[in-house]
Write a protein that binds this ligand. Sequence first.
Ligand SMILES: C[S@@+](CC[C@H](N)C(=O)[O-])C[C@H]1O[C@@H](n2cnc3c(N)ncnc32)[C@H](O)[C@@H]1O
Length: 328
Amino acid sequence: MDIAQKEFWHRHSGEIGLLKAGVSVQSHQLYSLRGHRASNIVPSMLLPYELGLLYALARDRFSGAGKIVDLGPLLGASTFCFSRGLEDNPELNESMKIQSIYSFDLFRYRGYEKFLGNVPVDNATGNLLPAFIRNLRDYLEYVVINQGNFLTWQWDGQPVEILFVDIAKSWRLNTHVIQQFFPCLQPDRSVLVQQDYVHFNEYWIHITMEWFRDYFRYCGVLKGASAYYELLRPIPLDQCQVDLEQLPFDQKWELLTLAREKMPKPAQEVMKTAAAKCAIEHEQWTLAEATLAEVDTSRLTDDPSQDFSGIAKDNLKKVTTLLAAKRG
Ligand SMILES: C[S@@+](CC[C@H](N)C(=O)[O-])C[C@H]1O[C@@H](n2cnc3c(N)ncnc32)[C@H](O)[C@@H]1O
């Protein structure tokens, strides 16, 4: 099945589909992950649609010719869905699954106190790695765990079949993703999931995907915030050395505008708040204000997987506050 068809991930994203992936929804962003030996209750910022996509990619798309790179799993919901997908993938023999997922995270409680609430943290240092291991314990053979600052890790150039990015929280992290992993994507095989696409904060992801537009086929967007792509042609190594943060504001603005124009209308409304954040960071106050004034926060679709109106409302409020604070 073409991965751009909604059915590809949607059949795994409802409660019955998620149960096949070993996941059941306890409440908003709280999941029970069922392994062979035990179930664990795990908070995740991902939404069921996104978990369904990750499961489907590992189950129905992954061939074993490259690795799955899992950037920013926190407590491992993404890693779990990839693992379950590998387990259920009929084309793979057992040895092809071993150490095929590379997970990278700080695995630290600090900074996520509010989201994680009173999730048990296993030791006095706030290290989340023991909890990640517990959540993945039936699948640890599949996973290579990399704990530490992502910026200090180097990839050895092995092919990457699935690149899941939930770590590009700054320009530097985004640049490191491009430099380390974009050259390792394989044409007609590799899939890139940009988890923070429909969100105001990481506007550099819009700039990135527009800059590299000739290399990728856009496949779709789904709530929480993910956009996903298939690689069409290899990205030359030297192209991946680009530092997009250094582009002049006008060029960034043009890329943001072009990126927005090709997305579905509900996602565009959130992307306007992202563009406004870029304008604020370049002290383009009037442009930021005018862009925010254009955001439509009404519900624009009946399809809940494509409805970003709640995020648009939230992001509009945040960026309006940011503008007021920065402009003084
Ligand atoms: C938005 S959270 C990811 C949420 C997660 N995917 C989930 O399912 O809940 C971003 C992740 O990026 C990780 N991260 C941020 N900066 C990092 C860095 N410099 N090195 C390694 N991990 C980092 C954080 O520890 C966190 O787990």
